[in-house]
Design a protein around this ligand. Structure first.
Ligand code: NAP
Length: 265
C-alpha cells in the first residue's frame, strides 16, 4: 500500500481508539525558533493531532529565549500530570545546547524518543519499521545498509533493524566509494538518511532491494530525496509523501504509548 493510504488507515484506527478514551491524550509542542520549515512541521503535527482527536497545544518562546527559560518550561511540562507527552521542535537557536535540552525531557514523556532512556523509539526509524512490517517485509537474516549515522535517524535505525535480526551495516561520509559499492551490491534493505539530493543513483543495487529514502532536500522550490526517484528496485519510498508522513504518524503513536504509561503509573 502506498504510504499516503497506509497513514490514512492508521490514523483512522487511532481516531477510533481515541474516541473511546475519557481523558484524551495531550501533546505539547515547544517551539523556540521562527524558521519557516519548523513552523510548517509544527503546523502539520498540530493538524495530525486534531484529525485523530488528541489534544495538542503549542508553546512559543522568543528566538532570543535563554537555555534557562526553556529548561524551566521543560521542568513544568515534566511535572504536569495533564500533559502526557511533549516535544521541543529542533533546531534550536545557537544560545541553546540541543543535547542538554534533549536530556532534560522526562523519558516517560519524550515522544520524540531522543532521550537515551526514553520509553519510546525515535519517530522516523520506528515509523519506517512499522511501515515495512505492514508491507510484509521479512527482516530476519536480511542485509540492511543504513547510510548516515545521526543520533536521530541513522543510529537508531541501525539499532531497530538489528533488533529485527538484520545483518546491519552503517555507512557514512568517511566510507570509501568502493566499500559503499560493495555494501550496496549485497543490500536487501537500504535506508539513506544523509541530506544529499539524489545521492543514491541505483547503481550497484539489486532489483529486489527495498530503498527507504529519508532525505528531505529543498532545491529551487522543490523537494528531493537522498535517492533518485524511480529506481529499478522492489520498493522505494517517495519524497515527498514518504518517510515524513511516517514520522508524523509515529509521533502520535508515541503519544498514545506515553499516555498508556502515564495512566498505568
Ligand atoms: P545529519 O545529522 O546531518 O547526518 C547526516 C549523516 O549523513 C552523517 O552521519 C554523515 O556522515 C552522513 N553523510 C553525509 N554526507 C555523506 C555522504 N556523501 N556519504 C555518506 N554519508 C554521508 O542528518 P539527519 O538529521 O540524519 O538527516 C538526514 C536527512 O534526513 C536530511 O535530509 C533530513 O532533512 C532528513 N530527515 C528527514 C526526516 C523525515 O521525517 N523524513 C526526519 C529526519 C531527518 P558523518 O557522520 O561521517 O558526518
Amino acid at each position: 500500500m502506498i504510504i499516503k493510504d497506509y497513514v490514512l488507515q492508521e490514523k483512522e484506527k487511532i481516531r477510533n481508539k481515541v474516541s473511546n478514551m475519557g481523558i484524551k491524550p495531550h501533546l505539547v509542542i515547544v517551539q523556540v525558533n521562527d524558521d519557516e520549515a519548523s513552523s510548517t512541521y509544527v503546523r502539520g503535527k498540530l493538524k495530525d493531532c486534531e484529525e485523530v482527536g488528541v489534544r495538542a497545544d503549542l508553546i512559543r518562546l522568543a528566538v532570543t529565549a535563554s537555555q534557562e527559560e526553556l529548561l524551566s518550561v521543560i521542568e513544568k511540562l515534566n511535572h504536569d500530570p495533564d500533559v502526557h507527552g511533549f516535544i521541543v521542535q529542533m533546531p534550536l537557536p545557537k544560545q541553546i545546547n540541543e543535547d542538554i535540552i534533549k536530556a532534560a525531557v522526562a523519558p516517560s514523556k519524550d515522544v520524540d524518543g531522543f532521550h537515551p532512556l526514553s520509553k519510546m523509539d525515535p519517530c522516523t526509524p520506528k515509523g519506517i519499521i512499522d511501515y515495512l512490517t505492514s508491507e510484509g517485509i521479512d527482516f530476519t537474516g536480511k542485509n540492511a545498509v543504513v547510510i548516515g549515522r545521526s543520533n536521530i535517524v541513522g543510529k537508531p535505525m541501525a539499532r531497530l533493524l538489528t533488533a529485527k535480526n538484520c545483518n546491519t551495516t552503517v555507512l557514512h561520509s568517511k566510507t570509501r566509494p568502493e566499500d559503499m559499492a560493495f555494501y550496496l551490491e549485497h543490500a536487501d534493505i537500504v535506508v539513506v538518511a544523509i541530506g544529499k539530493k539524489e545521492f543514491l543513483t541505483g547503481e550497484h543495487l539489486k532489483k529486489t532491494a527495498v530503498v527507504v529514502d529519508v532525505g528531505i532536500n529543498r532545491f529551487e522550490g522543490k523537494l528531493y530525496g537522498d535517492a533518485k526517484a524511480g529506481l529499478d528496485v522492489a520498493l522505494q519510498t517517495p519524497v515527498p509523501g514518504g518517510v515524513g508522513l511516517l514520522t508524523r504518524l509515529t509521533l502520535i503513536k508515541n503519544l498514545l504509548e506515553a499516555y498508556s504509561h502515564g495512566i498505568q503509573n
